[in-house]
Design a protein around this ligand. Sequence first.
Ligand SMILES: Nc1ncnc2c1ncn2[C@@H]1O[C@H](COP(=O)(O)OP(=O)(O)O)[C@@H](O)[C@H]1O
Ligand SMILES: Nc1ccn([C@@H]2O[C@H](COP(=O)(O)OP(=O)(O)O)[C@@H](O)[C@H]2O)c(=O)n1
Length: 686
Amino acid sequence: MFTTEFLDLPHLARAGGSVQLPGSKSISNRVLLLAALSAGTTTIHDLLDSDDTRVMLDALHALGCTVTPRQVTPGQPVQITGIDGALPNNARAQLFLGNAGTAMRPLTAALAILGGSFEMTGVPRMYERPIGDLVDALRQLGCQIDYLRDEGFPPLRIGQPDFRQLGSTGAAPIQVRGDVSSQFLTSLLMALPLLASTSPQAIAIDVVGELISKPYIHITLELLARFGIRVENHGWQRFVIPAGSRYQSPGSIHVEADASSASYFIALGAIAASAEGQNGIKIEGVGLDSIQGDIRFVEAARAMGAEITGGPNWLHVARGRWPLRAIDLDCNHIPDAAMTLAAMALYADGTTTLRNIASWRVKETDRIAAMAAEARKLGALVEEGAGFIRITPPAAPEDWRAASIHTYDDHRIAMCFSLAAFNPAGLPVRIQDPKCVAKTFPDYFEALFALVQPGAPAPVICIDGPTASGKGTVATLVAQRLGFALLDSGALYRIAGLAASRAGIALQADQADRIAALIATLHIVFAPDQRVLLNGEDISLAIRTEEAGMNASRVSAFPAVRQALLQWQRDFRRLPGLVADGRDMGTVIFPDAPLKVFLSASAECRAQRRFKQLIDKGLSANMHDLLADLQARDARDTQRSASPLQPAEDALHWDNNAERTVEQAVQQVLSWWQQRQPFAAEESAV
Ligand SMILES: Nc1ncnc2c1ncn2[C@@H]1O[C@H](COP(=O)(O)OP(=O)(O)O)[C@@H](O)[C@H]1O
Ligand SMILES: Nc1ccn([C@@H]2O[C@H](COP(=O)(O)OP(=O)(O)O)[C@@H](O)[C@H]2O)c(=O)n1
């Protein structure tokens, strides 16, 4: 997951390949709660790992359910042993539910019926998301729920219910509004079986007003059936839970991949030209037989021109009609996925209107306002109303603008606008706070990068300079802040020197071809935890000794060795970008890099830094020898004939002497980078 302040997507041109999608959020959190309320143990496969499921798992654990393991691990099922319809007497807990509506609403309903003493809290945005209609419906039954702040909104306190008024004849049908959020009805449908289990009468729920988002109710009903509860559906207006209904674990259940998440890749297939040798995008984990309503996004995407085929749990998408066809659509049946249509509308041949989307206004953010504001930044013409949005794409490529997209802590805004990187103007797109995708799809950008090809080679920032000038330190931090990959080219020369000396090859010019041949056989891994593995062995420390540095310096003078490492280094170039540290990054390896930095510092300053660095690592060092070695290395680096150390003509210089801190150097490089971005001016104006 990218945890950077922002993520710059270079202009993207093509896409192709196959993607396995994470489990559906709606199904994951429903299954978790149903398993928790049931008798028996449920093994849940393919559960989504996200903010919403994490708060749900924490809440279930706090309520006394057995959850193993406590966190979602990819490829490993989660087991939940349920409470069999009742909590212990005097159960109490304070539950923090973040911004997860899929946890707050159903848990409120279930706990209000189970009874105890609970406080339901969340992030500030959660306190702006209405829950009054659900609370009103529960109070009709005798549930005890108080608002701790604003009337109609969380946080809430839940107490012991009093069901005496229901009497032996059961209650009149419970009324719930259906036109604000279908999560209220879902919450009641999942909570009321707890009451029905001891009730002599069936329990009926009447929907007041038009029921929005029926597809989500469909998911709820399908899953309730899997857990032993057969709800009668009377025309989506009345739902009846039979008396004596009792939650029973199905034993094992698979969570479908999220159909809403599939929408971004369906859109990708529709928008992007196919990568060479590929034929569109294959999406695995969800298919045409899905129980999720958002699968009907497929019809909308087809209407816009996408070519889509599929099976029970897969889809294949390719670009069909181009530009896409503008549509006018009632989106009540696909409220979440419809946002992706707004992104597709940027590539349509006219004005697209998405109607019946008033529920967008009460989601993670006011999504109509957010989509409108951000699409306008790109140059689109947008009109919005209480329940619709109308989007006209920029008239010509030159009307597109490079935008820094505000994402409102809303995963869908971030994912939708990533698709703007396919703009015909060749512009990059900046996504602010990219980690907001964690809500449903933490590795969304990684999945996207695995499928797409940039319009031009991915950007590279070169940081060259003499030994101990601070390249490695600065490059690592710059890469972290931008979410870029890192190439420590010196490590490759160090590995080459180590491997050659271990193989007993003399590090001299007449052996250069043997060393180059040896390099071709090496298996080198730069692990995400910074370890370096050579043929499976951890050599991170072995290559950092001064001796290894000297050996590296020797082999690096041989043109055959440099040639053997050339393509290896260029292969590090990837999306969203690369920071490369070395001696000849800007001059030889990446001469087209958009930013080249050359660091310098006096030999004494560098020797001091290296001394401290070695001592801190627990390695022995001697200042006098260090200075001599460093000067010898400088001489060899600058005087060798093959790629000598010298600044590229277009390099920017940074004097990294003793009075300069690491952070100053990093800020300088980042600021040079910002100045090269088309959205730099807008950013600094904010
Ligand atoms: N202004 C600075 N820039 C970079 N590194 C600095 C600076 N000041 C002190 N240092 C320290 O100096 C050392 C630089 O070493 P390193 O980054 O490995 O250099 P290089 O990769 O150029 O050989 C690190 O221990 C770093 O913490
Ligand atoms: N791009 C590069 C990187 C390193 N090297 C050589 O490899 C040696 C080790 O590189 P390094 O960057 O790890 O070394 P230090 O700068 O940390 O001393 C250097 O002394 C250089 O001679 C090179 O020639 N070209």
